[in-house]
Ligand binder design. Structure first.
Ligand code: FES
Length: 141
């Protein structure tokens, strides 16, 4: 029997060999929160120390709970997996709860990513926080 090796299997192995744990790999391959929100309440952008860019789109519900988040990212696998994990952490949360989420929380959800990619988690969290802060300022909470 011939086992077909798909490109996603090859990518999975490459990421695993590089030090990405399975949850991080799944977030990267699924990219479930990549894209934009047409009628977003807030759109904010941040450039990382590596020169890569993230744009976050935030949608709040009528109680100002985080209803939906999307990211547009020009960055690495670490950045993409971290941003996707950050969305799962803040969905349904209040503004203050979302602002309390830090790099360590995202790292825990990812399981592991290579140490040289930890600044990519920082970029995902800082971009999210920037968007929430700017929304907060506009709404003058
Ligand atoms: Fe630039 Fe990861 S976001 S190296």
């Amino acid at each position: 029997m011939v086992t077909e090796i798909t490109s996603s299997d090859a990518e999975r192995k490459m990421l695993s060999d590089a030090g990405y744990a399975n949850p991080a790999i799944n977030y990267y391959l699924e990219k479930k929160y990549m894209g934009h929100i047409e009628n977003a309440d807030q759109v904010s952008e941040k450039i990382g120390s590596c020169g890569d860019t993230m744009k976050v789109y935030l949608k709040f519900d009528e109680h100002d709970l985080i209803d939906d988040v999307r990211y547009e990212i020009t960055g690495c696998a670490g950045a993409i997996s971290a941003a996707m994990a950050a969305v799962d952490l803040v969905k349904g949360k209040t503004i203050d709860e979302a602002l309390a989420i830090n790099d360590g929380d995202v790292f825990k959800v990812l399981g592991n990513i290579p140490e040289k990619k930890h600044h990519c988690i920082q970029l995902a969290v800082k971009t999210m926080h920037k968007g929430i802060q700017e929304y907060k300022t506009i709404k003058a909470f």
